[in-house]
Design a protein around this ligand. Structure first.
Ligand SMILES: *Cc1c(COP(=O)(O)O)cnc(C)c1O
Length: 468
């Protein structure tokens, strides 16, 4: 028995894996990872995989990065954790100062949670509670975009719209208002991203005009709808949305959990629209992909609406045990140091250009409807029929073929349904980008070759947060 098999067997005896139909593993081998270094993951038999999806979009400076490692090692000898109510510590104070400085002016307060979904819960609760505190209890609904994803907890699911994850739980969900997404995949032929996103804003305008009196906040994934298939839109939509939220007295929540920290080409996506949201939710790459941590940045106006004598019961009594964990904050500080010292945002421009040139030829593929890109995210949408953009039936699980081929070739490429994408760590080299493009091209050829189901039963599917 190989070492991989040994660990796989032990794993399958006791674990229940996230976002997985466990029966898939009767046929799809689990990949136990022994170590990581830079963009590479290495299994127990010594095979290496290039991490093209940054391990679920969290890793930005590679695995086992020496600079982040050192900072965590130093911190663990000093203080591993202390509760953040009544107590504080240097890493969380420093991190908060730096996040306030980095983010758009006006976001002056930082509230911590310990994962992305919890961070969304914080923003939703805080927005609702704000309106309560200022005497507007009717404002309790949230407006969301179609095909959006904001996490897995019940309220976060409520503001999401990826059917595969939310349909089952519908009876548990909040009553939200859903507006068609500005997603440019669906723009009429010949129309620019900007014109399409601008036109789609009419739906949002109408919704807010009708419902603003009962709406607490609008929540969006700025520029890229990640789990919904890496669908993208133009920043003009965010500018129009900011203006409308101001006009109608509604909060704007930016979920930059996936897109923050350089993914869209700027440090934060909101910079491209030149706006400041009322809540900026950050997680994933915040710690360089090391430890769970999330930050919800908000305005002084928000903070002041809760600031009062204890007896008024206006305080935000929300907490997580590991709020602002010092080790996670240390990892985040090291991550921010690397961004600054290595001029990462500037240097990424060359990598983004290489991602574009390496994948450009795929636009001509007979089963590729679109190759799209925003900054350090590239997505390739496989379709059954190119002219009509007819999707493959989800049961055929075409993305799985790409996934399996990539594993053989030494890459971790995990499509979302029929959308193959690269969201690599920023320490990737141009040559490694070319390698990924080659592997993806081969995989797409294989996955789209057969006219019928690739016959892996109805169980196998690798799609993380797959739109179905
Ligand atoms: C991943 C993600 C979340 C949820 O974060 P978790 O840490 O996985 O709970 C929320 N919103 C977006 C846009 C995400 O991509």
């Amino acid at each position: 028995m190989s070492l991989n098999d040994h660990w796989m067997q032990r794993d399958l005896n006791v674990l229940w894996h996230p976002c997985t139909q466990m029966k898939d593993h009767e046929r799809l081998p689990l990949v136990p990872i022994k170590r990581g270094e830079g963009v590479w993951l290495e299994d127990f038999d010594g095979k290496r995989y290039l991490d093209a999806v940054s391990s679920w979009w969290v890793n930005v400076f590679g695995h086992a990065n020496p600079r982040i490692n050192q900072r965590i090692k130093d911190q663990v000898d000093q203080l591993e954790h202390v509760m953040l109510a009544g107590f504080s510590h240097a890493p969380v104070i420093e991190l908060s100062e730096r996040l306030v400085k980095l983010s758009p002016p006006g976001l002056d307060r930082v509230f911590y949670a310990d994962n992305g979904s919890s961070c969304i819960e914080v923003a939703l609760k805080m927005s609702f509670h704000y309106w309560l505190n200022v005497g507007q209890p009717a404002k309790k609904r949230f407006v969301t975009l179609s095909n959006s994803y904001h996490g897995e907890t019940v309220a976060a699911m409520s503001v999401g719209d990826v059917a595969l994850f939310t349909d089952t739980y519908k009876p548990l969900l909040l009553d939200t208002l859903k507006v068609p997404s500005p997603d440019c995949y669906h723009r009429p032929e010949g129309m620019s991203w900007e014109a399409h996103s601008r036109a789609m804003f009419a739906h949002m305008e109408q919704c807010l005009a009708e419902h603003h009196h009962e709406v607490a906040a609008v929540i969006v994934e700025p520029l890229i709808q990640g789990a919904g298939g890496m669908r993208m839109y133009h920043p003009v939509y965010l500018r129009l949305l900011r203006e409308a939220c101001d006009r109608y007295g509604v909060h704007l929540i930016h979920d930059e959990i996936a897109v923050g920290f350089g993914r869209t080409g700027t440090m934060f996506a909101c910079e491209q629209a030149g706006i400041r949201p009322d809540f900026l939710c950050l997680s994933k790459a915040l710690t360089g992909g090391y430890l769970p941590l999330a930050a919800c940045l908000t305005t002084d106006q928000m903070y002041q609406a809760f600031y009062d004598d204890y007896s008024t019961l206006r305080a935000f009594l929300h907490s997580h045990s590991y709020t602002g964990n010092p080790l996670a904050c240390a990892a985040a500080l090291a991550t921010l140091d690397i961004f600054e010292q290595d001029h990462v945002i500037e240097r990424n421009k060359a990598l983004a250009a290489r991602m574009a040139s390496a994948t450009a030829h795929l636009a001509d593929h007979p089963h590729v409807a679109e190759v799209r890109q925003t900054g350090m995210a590239v997505a390739i949408e496989m379709v059954q029929d190119k002219a009509s953009k007819t999707a493959y039936p989800w049961q055929e699980r075409r993305g799985l073929k790409v996934y399996q081929h990539a594993l053989q070739r030494g890459a971790l490429l995990r499509p979302l349904g029929s959308v193959v994408y690269f969201l690599p760590p920023y320490v990737i080299t141009p040559e490694q980008i070319d390698f990924l493009a080659e592997v993806a091209s081969e995989g797409i050829d294989i996955a789209t070759r057969d006219s019928v189901s690739v016959a892996v039963g109805n169980a196998l599917y690798p799609g993380f947060r797959d739109p179905g």
